[in-house]
Write a protein that binds this ligand. Structure first.
Ligand SMILES: Cc1ncc(COP(=O)(O)O)c(C=O)c1O
Length: 395
């Protein structure tokens, strides 16, 4: 395998919307990334919950080679190819859903979900039933529709006016009950665990209450499991923990092991009004990404992998709560499975920098919240090593 000895100079040709540290990654293996100087980094970010199988997974490699051997990377959605059809059948068999629409990203999946919900709403209640309600602390993407459903003032302010017919409400069942009594509401969107908003696990009574309210008022419940779904919490979909079923579900990040892929899952009844021409995508669900998607589905829905996430998730929980008890620098610990947030006294970026120095990658979810999203294949020893580095870096 080629190894570089020095980083190439950083270009200023890229739009400056990301502040990146100076090292350049040139290789990945297992749960480690390697920079151009050969330094290794134990990865607790996993490409922001994307690389659930880590780096260099043999099955991903084989799926890509097999798909490439057909010579077809893309046909468009004007024609049939089998990998996307197979994956849709698997998703339907494994979840509440009867219909699947593929996208190329999480935000695109949510945009698709909004359109499907509106189309259904209009068929139920005429043009009045159109509004999408999102929740305080939510992150659903940065496209024009999803930005209106994302509760980050600094992401929103420079781009006003935002898309209309989308509002943000407190995570309060009494307030929501009033809002949802309006004839205008078509759907509510919620992340069972708010990721970017600080790894906030929605309260059981709240999420179950929201399900009951939406059902009662004939409003679609959209669950955004783009970050928390697909095995990350130890069940295939996160909402399984709450014992509820959504009407629409969006997934993306880990779906195709780093190739761009997302999906909207929904029921036959909600999908019914969508007609040819109502939505579309040139690339979504193409045979190459879907071939990898089939392998990822098989791995991440495997009961043995899910049991590993559950078991080791308990270990992470115990270690993080132990660190919180020992250190006056930790204010709170939240999470499930392989998705954790740690509220810290010091700026998160300082701790992230110290971890990087020590050969570990961790990211943030707010200025004082560290976020841990390790690959789902990480072993107990690797988790322990990372948590030791983290403990020292927190101080
Ligand atoms: C819960 C959630 N929804 C939507 C998105 C947007 O996904 P993407 O960046 O692929 O557009 C993200 C990304 O972090 C997310 O965490």
């Amino acid at each position: 395998m080629a190894t570089h000895t020095t980083s190439t100079p950083q270009t200023d040709a890229l739009l400056g919307v990301y502040k990146k540290p100076p090292m350049e990654f040139v290789r990945g293996a297992g749960v480690h990334l390697y920079d151009a100087d050969g330094k290794s980094y134990l990865d607790f970010v996993a490409g922001i919950a994307v690389n659930a199988l880590g780096y260099g997974d043999a099955g991903v490699d084989a799926a890509m080679r097999e798909a490439m051997a057909t010579g077809i990377l893309h046909t468009s959605n004007l024609y049939r190819t089998s990998p996307g059809e197979q994956l849709a059948d698997k998703l339907v068999a494994r979840t509440f859903a009867d219909r699947v629409f593929y996208s190329n990203s999480g935000a695109e999946a949510n945009e698709g979900a909004f359109k499907i919900a509106r189309r259904w709403g209009r068929s139920m209640g005429g043009t009045a039933k159109h509004e999408i309600v999102s929740l305080r602390g939510a992150f659903h993407g940065r496209l024009m529709g999803t930005l209106a459903a994302t509760d980050r003032p600094s992401y929103r302010a420079p781009f006003r006016p935002l898309a209309g017919g989308i509002s943000i409400m407190e995570r309060d069942l009494d307030e929501l009950a009033v809002k949802l009594s309006s004839e205008t509401v078509a759907a509510v969107i919620a992340e069972p665990i708010q990721g970017e908003g600080g790894v906030r696990v929605l309260d059981t009574a709240f999420l179950q209450g929201l399900r009951a309210l939406t059902q009662e008022r004939n409003i679609a419940l959209i669950l955004d499991e783009i970050q928390c779904g697909y095995g990350r919490t130890g069940t295939f979909m996160a909402h399984e923990h709450w014992g509820i079923t959504p009407d629409i579900l969006t997934v993306a990040k880990p779906m195709a092991a780093g190739l761009p892929m997302g999906a909207v899952l929904t029921t036959k009844a909600i999908a019914e009004p969508m007609q040819p021409g109502d939505h579309g995508t040139t690339f979504g669900g193409g045979p190459f990404v879907a071939a990898v998607g089939n392998h990822v589905f098989d791995r991440l829905s495997d009961p043995a992998l899910l049991a590993h996430v559950t078991e080791q998730g308990k270990f992470i929980s115990a270690r993080l709560h132990g660190i919180a008890e020992q250190s006056s620098k930790v204010r709170a610990v939240r999470g499930m499975g392989f998705m954790w947030g740690v509220d810290v006294v010091d700026p998160a970026k300082d701790i992230i920098g110290r971890c990087m120095e020590a050969g570990m990658l961790v990211c943030s979810a707010g200025e004082h919240t560290l976020r841990l999203l390790p690959p789902l294949v990480m072993t107990r020893d690797e988790l322990e090593r990372g948590l030791q580095i983290l403990e020292l870096a927190i101080g």
